[in-house]
Design a protein around this ligand. Structure first.
Ligand SMILES: [Zn+2]
Length: 318
């Protein structure tokens, strides 16, 4: 494909950035209409054009200060995330879908395993390997490790620009994390979980690819339907997790056509999840998908409800 460049999957990153955006009125109004439409009609996929790649030397800060600071951020992130999953094991065990229960627990094992990776700080890795090109940045079949890149900036509930709080770039296996985050904020942890599931999805692609070309063929085709399906899984993991944290409030949501996200009363949900008003835009996004997901009966094994997948595909544009 054109614009493979240095292998950052911009589509997936953009997808996360878009999902992190507040739900616009346009989307809210679309919710009921799109759902009604999907009851009768098949959704049509829109082709996504390959985007121009960025030069990573410009994209990543490899100054000694950045490297040192990233070490601390990564350590705090790892212990925070593993602690979050372990201390909430009882809640996670209440997730009804065995597939998602297992997937969510696996994300902590993944972080634990990677904590021993000597190259996990991507800034340092780049500094040590200045001649890096696309070929040797692809870690053939090696699914035991991935990199972190600590991006500067606060964790944002309402992004001003199209920018995600966390992102994962499959070919190079770099997970971007914010250097300022609050391990006690459930939504921050949920954002990380989302990206860790992308790492697990990437593991799967690598396991099932014998050659680099086969892998690229699977992952980097800029196939919008494939990307949307991968996103649908991460979205469901978020929904399933937040549902047990909210004592089942999400599974009791009304029918998608009866929800008005602009006038939805978030008081109880915010209180039970220990969140604040600034988190409402992200919760709107969760509710937008939780209602049709549970309405359609949730996941059966590793299969998502067809109508939910179509709905997700229809209301997300990337
Ligand atoms: Zn994603």
């Amino acid at each position: 494909m054109g614009g493979e460049g240095l292998g950052i999957n911009k589509s997936a990153e953009t997808a996360d950035a878009l999902l992190a955006q507040p739900v616009e009125r346009r989307t809210v109004l679309k919710l009921g209409a799109a759902f009604a439409l999907l009851l009768n009609e098949a959704c049509k996929g829109k082709p996504v054009k390959p985007k121009q790649e960025q030069n990573p030397s410009q994209e990543f800060d490899i100054s000694p200060e950045a490297i040192e600071s990233a070490d601390k951020v990564i350590q705090a992130y790892e212990s925070g995330y593993i602690g979050f999953i372990r201390s909430n094991k009882e809640k996670i065990d209440r997730i009804k879908s065995p597939y998602f229960r297992k997937l969510i627990l696996e994300t902590a094992d993944l972080v634990q395993k990677n904590s021993k990776n000597p190259d996990k700080n991507f800034s340092r890795f780049l500094q040590k390997h200045p001649q890096l090109n696309t070929d040797n940045r692809y870690l053939n079949k090696d699914i035991s490790q991935f990199f972190y890149y600590a991006e500067s900036g606060e964790f944002v509930s309402v992004p001003q620009a199209v920018r995600a709080n966390a992102a994962f770039s499959p070919p190079v296996r770099v997970m971007k994390i914010r250097n300022k985050f609050d391990r006690n904020n459930l939504l921050h942890q949920v954002s990380y979980m989302h990206e860790l599931i992308h790492v697990l999805q990437d593991d799967e692609f690598r396991r099932n690819s014998d050659t680099k070309d086969e892998y690229y063929d699977k992952v980097l085709r800029y196939n919008s339907e494939r990307i949307k399906l991968m996103e649908a899984y991460t979205k469901v993991a978020e929904i399933e997790l937040l549902n047990v944290f909210s004592d089942g409030m999400l599974e009791k949501l009304p029918h998608p056509r009866q929800i008005d996200l602009d006038n939805f009363d978030f008081t109880k949900l915010l209180r039970i999840l220990n969140l604040s008003n600034t988190d409402i835009p992200r919760l709107q996004n969760v509710i937008l998908f939780a209602s049709p997901y549970f309405f359609e009966g949730g996941a059966k094994g590793n299969k998502l409800p067809d109508l939910f997948v179509k709905f997700h595909s229809e209301v997300t544009t990337y």
